[in-house]
Design a protein around this ligand. Sequence first.
Ligand code: CP
Length: 364
Amino acid sequence: MSEDKHSNPASGNPEASGESQSRHPAASSLFEGHPINLGLLRQLEGESVLSARQFSKEQVVELCRLAGVLESLEIASSHPLDGKLVITAFFEASTRTRISFESAVLRLDGKIISIPQGDVTGAKKGESLSDIGEMFNAYGDLVIVRHTETDSMEQILQNLRIPLINAGNGTGEHPTQALADWYALLKWRSALARPDPGQKKRLHLGILGTPGSMRAVKSFLLLSLLFQESIRKVTVISEMADPFGADLIDDLHKGDIDYEVTNDIQNVLSDLDVIYMNSIAFLGDSYKSLDSRYKLDAESPLKQEAVILHPLSRLDELDTSLDKTPHNLYFSQAHGAVYIRQALLMAMAGRLDRLPKIVARTES
Ligand code: CP
């Protein structure tokens, strides 16, 4: 596949400018020499995406490979989402999720109806989410919803008949953030995408946060269980005695993964290969900063090769002094979100046939 003739002008690379040492690994290592299994991705056509639990490792890997193609090659001229109308309905604030979804749709020639806050809908007057869902059936082909309430997806699904993407529901889940997280990790270490990644370089994954209360952390942990043969151990660093909750403990036990919980960051930091951090959670009726005593900066004793992921937005737990260091994978994670969301939308909208012939070699 020649990248020169067809390279994607929309994908900027800050690393190439020499202004930053932050990591922006190339996407091409993910798909070169590997035909994308479009049959596996076609299973997503017309489906809703509500939880990280619904994906197989193979689907995540193929979505990431397709995202790598979309990041590397110019395919907008084949108008992949032409004629598709996507509604983004955000009843809770967002910088990255809403704007990267809207960018993803518009760059693929789809159309957007954007609801950036719930106050502009009938919800302000007490209209139920199930009634709003009934209306969405007539107004769009796919809807992306974020809401502060954990049961909001169930409410809207009562009457919804078009595919739904959960863009964050209270303390529930944020499954497309987890896809963006793993897209960044697979670009960083493409061997993780192999069916047999080998035993030598198994990762120690550190989570600074509370998976039971932080939806992005929860979805990341759930998707990480699919890659357990590449993970030596998960260490959760939290102020909470039980940072998981019963559901996640079940997942961890079923996943047969070695994990521990500690509140002593000094003991563990220098052994971590990947650090996933977050501090903000919407709890009850407002945003709360959990695990706020754990902070990282450029002086923190990290392994030389360690990378940091953060779904953002950040408070002072992630110091800006890390931004221009090779530990910074979080900007790659945020920038790559456009392409993994494009891959997901193309699969859900049944538009994989718009990929250039050279990409669309399928195994099934
Ligand atoms: N990662 C994430 O969900 O960011 P936003 O809240 O800005 O959408």
